[in-house]
Design a protein around this ligand. Structure first.
Ligand SMILES: NC(=O)c1ccc[n+]([C@@H]2O[C@H](COP(=O)([O-])OP(=O)(O)OC[C@H]3O[C@@H](n4cnc5c(N)ncnc54)[C@H](O)[C@@H]3O)[C@@H](O)[C@H]2O)c1
Length: 242
């Protein structure tokens, strides 16, 4: 049983559909589910991942109705307002971005693991970080860089803790991907800005949501059963960490 958060977003949507096409039963979670949810052939739930109690109730419901989520993709997230100098960042903005990207991911991991432990099942979790979490936020969002680095740390820590239960936890860090979350920003780029960005991308193109499918499915697949605690960048060769 698979759960994908942020499933209305481009990356979550691409992953959820890929899983469904390959025969997985998928629960799609988003704070704003689509109006035509029934047509997608997947279960949709309106859920705010920052609401820890609601997240717990959701994973209990999944367990009761379909068996516990043994595949979890935490794709809900985003940077919020970009390029605010640190001395102008309010406490509220700092907390909101951290809470969505880091605490929200933690909430879903905790609730999913609770149900896996209760039922003695193994599982595979994939968290979505960002190039911002491996280096820095290109768009200057301090809390986003901190939260996405936190997601990588959380991934490693949970991999260590949950390994004995054969629950694997890995992470995918996208580069700049064309999505609802980035379309506006991309639209504002001059040709020169775009060229400068692409100069830093070995494959010389922007990423698309479908570029994230294989890296996420690799980690979910039992064929990667000896891989845990890892972060892979899907960024066209921008960062190239060893
Ligand atoms: N697009 C990029 O360039 C890029 C780069 C690096 C990392 N990422 C990360 O990839 C993930 C997916 O991003 P995307 O590009 O598909 O963005 P997106 O904006 O298209 O999708 C994000 C989804 O998360 C949902 N969401 C937001 N807050 C939520 C909440 N509290 N509870 C439940 N759902 C919530 C939104 O409704 C949206 O559908 C995010 O974690 C993002 O930070 C994206």
């Amino acid at each position: 049983m698979a759960v994908v958060t942020g499933a209305r977003g481009d990356i979550g949507h691409a992953v959820a559909h890929a899983l469904s096409e390959r025969g997985a039963e998928v629960w799609c979670v988003d704070i704003r589910p689509p109006e035509s949810a029934a047509e997608t052939g997947m279960r949709w739930v309106e859920l705010d991942i920052t609401d820890a109690d609601a997240v717990e109730r959701f994973f209990e419901r999944v367990r009761d109705e379909t068996g516990p989520a043994d595949l979890l993709v935490n794709a809900a997230g985003g940077p919020g307002r970009i390029r605010t100098p640190i001395d102008e960042v309010t406490d509220e903005v700092w907390q909101r971005v951290l809470t969505l990207n880091l605490t929200g991911t933690f909430n879903c991991c905790r609730a999913a693991v609770r149900q896996l432990k209760r039922t003695g099942k193994t599982g595979s979790i994939v968290n979505i970080s960002s190039g911002a979490g491996r280096t820095y936020s290109r768009t200057g969002v301090q809390a986003y860089a901190a939260a996405k680095a936190g997601v990588i740390g959380l991934t490693r820590q949970l991999a260590r803790e949950l390994g004995p239960m054969d629950i694997r936890v890995n992470c995918v860090a996208p580069g700049l991907i064309v999505s609802d979350g980035t379309r506006e920003e991309l639209g504002r780029l001059t040709e020169e800005d775009l060229r400068a960005h692409l100069d830093g991308v070995a494959l010389r193109r922007l990423g698309e949501a479908h570029d994230l499918i294989s890296p996420v499915l690799f980690f979910l697949n039992p064929a990667s059963g000896y891989v845990t605690g890892q972060t892979v960048s899907a960024d066209g060769g921008s960062i190239m960490l060893g």
